[in-house]
Design a binder for this molecule. Structure first.
Ligand code: SF4
Length: 238
């Protein structure tokens, strides 16, 4: 039980906060529990559909298609389809996370993930229709243009500063073995890693292979650019 609570720190913190609230301000605690129950019910209704959709993308959509549409080879198509996907989506923003995780793992660029999430959150079509009805066309159009510009800038900045650490590198935890691995199911045999980091990778049977498995801290620093540059996120440090 202690292990579970330590592993799920946010959940543990929320439970603790509810307990404190319940004893100090029971009325507010009751309102909070009612609100939370509403959102939990909503999540139970929406999340199965979203998870099925993510699993279908994972299974049926080839990684080359994702890379061509949202990845490093997508060019101008990437932002276009990212805006389209985010704007035409339905459901709350948390439904976007599993979909974006799947796209990200299959090679979508950070900037396009930012565009999908941001447009899902603030420029969805139903939202724009309501905005038009309540605040007028001029307001809606100007807000849309400024928001799109802001999202593009945000995507560009995120692309520059994010190394795929959150999903691909878990360095820092006590259980780390700092093992360098290449997922051959994802690798597209582009040889980029082997050409730029020959100390760490060689190409074998149409897949990059790690030459050094257990990395020292200094080597992790050296190898992080390879993790970032792999166009399909096939390299990981576990
Ligand atoms: S950079 Fe990525 S896709 Fe290219 S060979 Fe290396 S592991 Fe494979």
């Amino acid at each position: 039980m202690t292990k579970f609570l330590l592993k799920n720190k946010i959940l543990s913190f929320s439970i603790l906060a509810y307990f404190i609230l319940f004893f100090s301000m029971p009325d507010i605690a009751t309102t909070a529990i009612n609100q939370s129950s509403y959102y939990i019910k909503e999540m139970f209704m929406i999340m199965p559909i979203v998870l099925i959709l993510s699993a279908l993308i994972e299974t049926w959509v080839p990684k080359e298609t994702i890379i061509k549409t949202f990845g490093s080879k997508s060019g101008i198509k990437g932002p276009f389809f990212s805006f389209l996907l985010g704007s035409l989506s339905a459901g709350p923003i948390y439904a976007a996370f599993p979909v974006c995780t799947t796209l990200y793992k299959k090679g979508a660029k950070v900037s396009n993930i930012v565009i999908i999430l941001s447009s899902w959150a603030v420029i969805k079509v139903p939202m724009l229709i309501n905005e038009y009805r309540f605040l007028g066309g001029e307001f809606m159009v100007i807000r849309w243009i400024l928001t799109v510009i802001a999202i593009l800038i945000l995507g560009y900045i995120m692309e520059r500063i994010i190394i795929k650490e959150p999903l691909e590198v878990k360095a820092g935890s006590k259980e780390d073995k700092n093992t360098l691995e290449v997922d051959c199911k994802l690798c597209i045999n582009c040889s980029l890693c082997a050409k730029q980091w020959p100390k760490y990778f060689i190409m074998e049977s149409k897949c990059a292979k790690a030459q050094v498995t257990h990395l020292k801290p200094k080597e992790i620093k050296e190898i992080l650019p390879a993790v970032k540059k792999c166009p399909v996120n096939a390299i990981s440090i576990n």
